[in-house]
Design a protein around this ligand. Structure first.
Ligand code: FHN
Length: 482
């Protein structure tokens, strides 16, 4: 009770516009710090825009910019890091890198064909880099010369892309890196008065660009922030907090992840009380939670590369390249734990997509054509995880989907239902007439026997229709007396 009261007090204070000075309240159960710039809300956002975001399941990430030109190679030498970071390599002069603007001319860029690929793949949203850490803007920003408008291509990339994806019914989220290596006012840290003057100009520049993006592309559904870990930005709790409020006012329904701002103690993602800052957790980069308790009831997305760590176009991919089945398993795992899965694409400098990405998109899309019902509107089902794969519950139909990736030697699939739930029917998602036997083998435990010998080439989905266990229908199983 005491804990609940304290949480309510904290919440009221932050809703009152942060007029309460930071002060510590001690409780025997938990020490709660009153924050002026902590989380704006406790728990999930429950409006229609956020419900739409939550139902996406599958997304596409696009990293595109000047770095696609060197593509991980500089003066004949290969760079070991991610291609979009090549500007920071000691072998590369920043001036030489920045002059790549004069070579940016993606004459084969066709946003309609990108959007068609994404549509066939089954993605519900795309996150596009409007500006990555190098500071190059894919839209003609009024606030810097370092934009596509001053490249040989001259034309806006973001506007036509938003239009093409909107036309396909795919929502657009704008990626924005606060860290900006090109801007002379950007600082990693603020140590001197001059740093502080410069960084104040940089803050205004950042604000101008963000308001410009939201004004120019009003159909965008959200902002995906990056490059916000620098000490300089982490110290801007008040500024970032008021900018977030300003952006939300300008663009009602705007969705912002947990990477945007820090609280006044410099805590990022989660404030000093452990509450999520922003609308969803953005910490799941190239990793996926193992269990539902890892996500603490928050919304989240996982952003994933196809090779180990390349976001921008790299001529050659090193190491393990994920297969379509691995990516589908990641997608299933994310949705089964209440998250979205976002797969990255790094287009080539001429504006085309690389062959490996196109063929993975096609394979994922072919699987989605049959199985999308198990992904869209999917959420954690509350079943105990089994080794054969993942359970997903549909918020649209209440059906339970079993996404099967590993079939046991026995060929039968074990299911333990939450208590008082019985399985009424089991069938293949690709064939509603395929009636699978569900054998009750113990209290709330079943074996699903697919009727035919299963030798699938692809992961497949079984639909479970469930109902309340009839009163007294416990099967009379006796517990061991230990
Ligand atoms: O440094 C970037 C990286 O290049 C890429 O943009 C990823 C995408 O999530 N974000 C940063 C690292 O967290």
């Amino acid at each position: 009770m005491k804990k609940i009261l304290l949480i309510i007090i904290t919440e009221c204070c932050s809703l009152l516009g942060g007029s309460v000075y930071a002060q510590e309240v001690t409780s025997p159960e938990k020490k709660i710090i009153q924050l002026q710039h902590g989380a704006h809300r406790l728990g999930r956002r429950n409006d229609a825009d956020m419900a739409r975001w939550r139902a996406y399941g599958l997304g596409q990430f696009i990293h595109w910019g000047l770095y696609s030109i060197p593509a991980g190679e500089w003066n004949g030498k290969m760079y070991n890091g991610a291609a979009e970071w090549i500007r920071t390599w000691k072998e590369v002069s920043p001036q030489a890198y920045d002059s790549l603007i004069y070579r940016f001319n993606p004459t084969k860029f066709n946003p309609d064909s990108w959007a068609a690929v994404a549509k066939q793949m089954g993605v519900k949203y795309v996150t596009i880099t409007t500006k990555h850490h190098d500071g190059f803007c894919l839209w003609p920003s009024k606030f810097t010369d370092f934009t596509v408008a001053n490249s040989p291509y001259k034309k806006d990339i973001i506007g036509p892309l938003v239009k093409a994806y909107d036309k396909q019914g795919i929502d657009v989220i704008l990626y924005f890196s606060v860290m900006d290596w090109h801007n002379p006012d950007w600082r990693y840290d603020i140590k001197t008065r001059d740093d502080s003057i410069a960084f104040n100009r940089f803050k205004q520049f950042t604000r101008n660009q963000l308001l410009e993006l939201l004004t120019q592309y009003p159909s965008a559904k959200g902002l995906w922030f990056d490059g916000t870990w620098d000490k300089s930005w982490v110290k801007q709790a008040a500024f970032a907090d008021s900018l977030e409020t300003e952006m939300r006012k300008l663009h009602p329904g705007l969705i912002i992840g947990s990477r945007f701002r820090a609280d006044e103690y410099g805590k990022r993602h989660f404030d000093s009380n452990g509450n999520l800052m922003g609308d969803y957790e953005q910490g799941w980069e190239r990793k996926i939670p193992e269990k539902i308790t890892d996500v603490h009831g928050n919304d989240w997305d996982c952003v994933m590369t196809i090779p180990e760590n390349q976001w921008g176009y790299a001529k050659t991919w090193q190491g393990h390249i994920k297969t379509a089945d691995e990516l589908l398993e990641m997608l299933a795992k994310c949705v089964s734990l209440d998250g979205n899965f976002v797969l990255n694409f790094g287009p080539k400098p001429d504006g085309t997509l690389r062959a490996e990405e196109l063929s993975l998109a096609k394979a994922i899309g072919d699987w989605m054509t049959v199985n999308k019902e198990a992904i869209y509107n999917g959420e954690y089902a509350g079943f105990i995880k089994q080794d054969w794969g993942y359970f997903i519950k549909s918020t649209a139909s209440n059906k339970i989907y079993m996404l099967v990736f590993n079939i046991p030697v026995s060929g039968v699939l074990r299911v333990a239902t939450p208590s008082h739930m019985a399985i009424r029917k089991a069938y293949g998602l690709d064939n509603a007439a395929s009636n699978y036997t569900s054998e009750e083998i113990g209290s709330s435990t079943y074996f699903i026997h697919p009727n035919q010998q299963i030798t699938p080439k692809k992961p497949f989905v079984i639909v479970l229709e469930t109902g309340e266990e009839a009163k007294g229908q416990t099967g009379g199983y006796e517990k061991a007396k230990t």
